[in-house]
Write a protein that binds this ligand. Structure first.
Ligand code: HEC
Ligand code: HEC
Length: 84
């Protein structure tokens, strides 16, 4: 085997180790359904804060309460990642 092949293998192994050690992502991401698609767009064009301004128009209202134990519901998109 050539030295370059070994380096390539080494880098590949290192990447796998990093992925393996990464904490499991359990927080639901910002959905990409019709309800949330406009906010994905606002996020892309104007950033997190602008998009977050809309969330509480629905979430946290009667009938759409946050689940018990939900963290302080501000800055939604830091935890609920927009999938771009
Ligand atoms: C027009 C009302 C409305 C607005 C505004 C809204 N949502 Fe939602 N959201 C819903 C409804 C209804 C559901 C449940 C059904 C669904 O998944 O679409 C939901 C579900 C969710 C879920 C759960 C997805 C899952 O996998 O369980 C997350 C996370 C979420 N919204 C985040 C957000 C964030 C962050 C914002 C602000 C950028 C936002 N929503 C704005 C109506 C809204
Ligand atoms: C500090 C991180 C954090 C912030 C900030 C945050 N959330 Fe969450 N959210 C979570 C986690 C973790 C869960 C999963 C909790 C669980 O399953 O019990 C969750 C769950 C949800 C769900 C899914 C509830 C369900 O029944 O599936 C919705 C909807 C939601 N959050 C909306 C929001 C909205 C809207 C905001 C902003 C107003 C927000 N969250 C801010 C961490 C966060």
């Amino acid at each position: 085997m050539k030295k370059r092949d070994l380096i390539t293998l080494g880098i590949g192994a290192a990447v796998l180790v990093v992925l393996w050690l990464a904490p499991e992502e359990t927080t639901p991401v910002l959905p990409t359904d019709d309800t949330h698609a406009p906010f994905q767009k606002v996020f892309q064009e104007q950033g997190k804060k602008a998009a977050e301004a809309f969330c509480k128009g629905c979430h946290g209202k009667p009938g759409m309460e946050f689940p018990p134990g939900h963290p302080d519901p501000n800055r939604c998109l830091f935890c609920h990642k927009p999938k771009i």
